[in-house]
Design a protein. Structure first.
Length: 203
């Protein structure tokens, strides 16, 4: 297996691209709250068989919100306002990466999509796959579908949760792992989505 956490892999002939996205926000409601940190990992994969190959490109950025956010939000993601003051997300760069992706994966995709869609409406036209609900973790014997718990149970090591880049990279690693049946979680997630399968078989 290619070192997934090593940036700069090249997309070779016969491979395709997808993206993992993770965000940190000032709250839970997209119409009231804002993205303050975002990571987009563009990765290559082989569609026959479905296999993650490695990270091709990566963007990580932060943005000062228009409104101050609460200490409860800081306690969750550990990003004080001083760390994002004066910063702005590179929307063009984010858009360029998303445009290259056949689909987008997020752990709790409904949440991420609702915020990213407000930042970049074109992203909602892409298929979004949810690694939280799109894989039957309980059936495979895992007591929690939370990312930190799953990583711990797969021996990932120390987990720095609730920071966009760390969560995106660890999610990509998790998806590259295999269940007891020998199939990767990436395979399970993609194969269960008929819209994505149609896109891949058409190309």
């Amino acid at each position: 297996m290619t070192d997934l956490l090593c940036d700069g892999q090249k997309a070779s002939e016969g491979t395709q691209l997808a993206a993992v996205i993770d965000i940190e926000t000032t709250g839970l409601r997209p119409h009231l709250h804002e993205i303050i940190e975002m990571a987009v990992l563009l990765f290559s994969f082989r569609s026959r068989p479905l296999e993650i190959l490695g990270i091709v490109d990566c963007y990580v950025g932060s943005q000062e919100p228009k409104k101050r956010y609460s200490l409860s939000a800081v306690s969750l993601h550990g990003i004080p306002l001083r760390d994002v003051r004066g910063r702005k997300l590179d929307v063009k760069r984010i858009g360029d990466l998303i445009a290259k992706a056949k689909f987008i994966i997020a752990h709790n995709a409904q949440f991420d999509r609702s915020f990213v869609g407000r930042l970049m409406p074109s992203s909602t036209r892409k298929p979004w796959l949810c690694s939280l609900t799109g894989i039957d973790w309980e059936k495979m014997g895992y007591t929690s579908s939370g990312l930190a718990s799953l990583l711990h149970q797969h021996g990932y090591g120390a987990v720095t949760s609730h920071r966009a880049e760390a969560d995106a990279r660890s999610l990509l690693w998790l998806l590259s792992q295999c269940g007891a049946d020998g199939r990767s979680y990436f395979d399970k997630l993609v194969s269960a989505n008929s819209r994505v399968i149609k896109i891949l078989t058409r190309d």
